[in-house]
Each structure stands twice: as C-alpha cells, then as structure tokens.
Design a protein around this ligand. Structure first.
Ligand code: PDD
Length: 278
C-alpha cells in the first residue's frame, strides 16, 4: 500500500500525472528513513533535512511534522511492519502537477508520495566489506539538496558496477567527495577524515550519527577535504548511509586498502552504531 497525494493505493495501481514536475524535471525532494524493530530511526533529523531541501528549491511543504509522522505510521501499519521488523520508509515530495514550463508555477501544489517495505540490515556485507571504483563526480553543484534528480548518481553507480565494484567513490578534480548514495570516511593513524558538509555532498544523517559516536568515544574526526592519494593510502575506508549503516570499503579500483581486511576502527564504529540503534 502506498500513499499518493492524499490517497492510499495499491502499488501496481498508483498513477503519476504526466505533467507532475517530479516526473518531468526531477523537481522534488525525498528522504529514505530507517525503521528498526518497528521504530523510526532519526525521524526528526530526516524531516528537518527534507524541510531544508524543500526550502532550498523554493518549495513550501504544506504538511506539519506531525502530519508526516501520522502518514509514516500508517504506512508501517498498512504494510504489516511490526515491532519485529526492520524496514525502510521512502517519502518524496514533488513540486506537483502543472503545464510544463521550466520556471516555478505560482499555483502549483506539492504532491507527497510514500511507501514502506521490510528490509533486513546488510550484516553480511558489513562483515566482508565492499569493493569500490574511483569515478569522477559528474553530479551538479547542489549535492546538499536531497533532490529526486538522481541521474548523476545512477550513472556513477552503474559505472562502478560495470567495473565489477559494488559502489563508486567520487572525486572532483582529485578531491574525494562521497559515494553514489552514501558518505565516505577514511581512517589514518586512528583518526577519521570526511568531506565537510558543504554544497558538494549530502549531509548524511548516518554521517552525523557516526561523527557524534566517534567523538564521544575519543576518536578524532576531521571534516576536511582529502585527495585520491590520501584515499588510497588510508588505513581503512568505510561509507555510511541509512541503508548501509557503517559499511567497510576494502578495495578501490582493485587496489587493496591496507591489508584488504575490515579494519579495527571501522569494526569499533560498527559496534557503537549497533549499540546506538538497539
Ligand atoms: N542515500 N550521500 C548521498 C548522495 C546520498 O544519496 C545518501 C543517502 C547519503 C547518506 O545519507 P543518510 O545517511 O542520511 O542516508 C549521502 C539514500 C539512502 C538513498 O538515496 O537511497
């Protein structure tokens, strides 16, 4: 069961207006939210970020945080997500339906769509780690907005897959930004490095949680840019996202990171994250 513009509809039946600006222009914003054992994780942070994204594209969100929460809870109920289940919730707001012009129509009404489905945590991959490919960051210059225009992310992820890797690590002129749909951390001499939260990356909510957990547990975190040479010489790499959590990266372009095993700092952060979500 999906929520589409005020109605509850079955997945195969939901329809999009051909002139929905989300559909025509990718004109909209979204969030992917984790549900652990039937509970929404970091809900307030996701809604705050969604409201910020909407504001940055000059879109007024007509729903209160409470109304969005009611819809999220109904999505869980209607999709059989109980206190036993891990799941994900997707919510997107498109600018709405209007005859196609590029500039923003004055009278357009945003369209909210949401779905929720059961999804296990990727524990096996978290033990093994992923292989990544290093790819030029071809995305736009407002990666801080969680926009539904994701063609750049689609393309870099596919390039990575085509080379036999599971994800793309992106760089702009040699400076590492993030991954196709996750933030990236490097560890050198026991300290964490990650790109600062500016217009070139999405300020991930998992990133924020990990930075806080690291700092609370005596690890130094540098939110500053680093280059591809530093990346390849790191002691450990991991990426973070709502769905991946703390996911080790064990090789880049076929080159092992350190000894190619999941590192001890990454494992420590995985444990801290695990304890945090329990
Ligand atoms: N992606 N960077 C990008 C470009 C992302 O798309 C995401 C999330 C993140 C991590 O953000 P968070 O920790 O808040 O999930 C970083 C989601 C999961 C997606 O598009 O499926």
């Amino acid at each position: 069961m999906l929520y589409v513009d005020g109605k509850w509809v079955e997945a195969g039946v939901a329809a999009v207006d051909p002139e929905d600006r989300g559909y025509n222009f990718g004109d909209g914003v979204y969030e992917v939210i984790r549900i652990y054992k039937g509970k929404l994780f970091q809900w307030d942070a996701h809604i705050e970020r969604m409201e910020r994204s909407a504001k940055e594209i000059q879109m007024k969100m007509p729903w209160s945080a409470q109304e969005l929460l009611d819809i999220a809870k109904q999505l869980m109920d209607k999709n059989g997500i109980t206190a036993q289940d891990d799941a994900t919730l997707y919510m997107q707001v498109s600018r709405g339906n209007s005859p196609r012009v590029h500039d923003i129509p004055g009278d357009v009404k945003p369209v909210l769509m949401g779905f929720a489905r059961k999804k296990d945590r990727p524990l096996a991959d978290q033990k093994k780690g992923l292989k990544a490919a290093l790819i030029e960051d071809i995305r736009w210059l407002r990666c801080d907005i969680k926009s539904i225009s994701l063609l750049g992310a689609v393309m870099v992820k596919q390039y990575a897959k085509d080379t036999g890797a599971q994800d793309a690590i992106l760089h702009r002129d040699g400076i590492v930004t993030e991954c196709s749909a996750a933030n990236l951390f490097a560890i050198k001499n026991g300290e964490l490095y990650t790109h600062p939260a500016n217009n070139l990356i999405l300020k991930g909510i998992t990133r924020d949680v990990v930075i806080e957990l690291a700092a609370k547990n005596g690890l130094t975190v540098h939110e500053k840019p680093f280059d591809t040479k530093f990346l390849l010489q790191a002691d450990e790499l991991f990426l973070t996202s709502t769905t991946a959590e703390v996911m080790p990266v064990i090789s880049v372009d076929g080159q092992a990171i350190a000894d190619g095993q999941v590192g001890s700092v990454t494992q420590k952060l995985q444990t801290l994250f695990e304890q945090h979500i329990e």
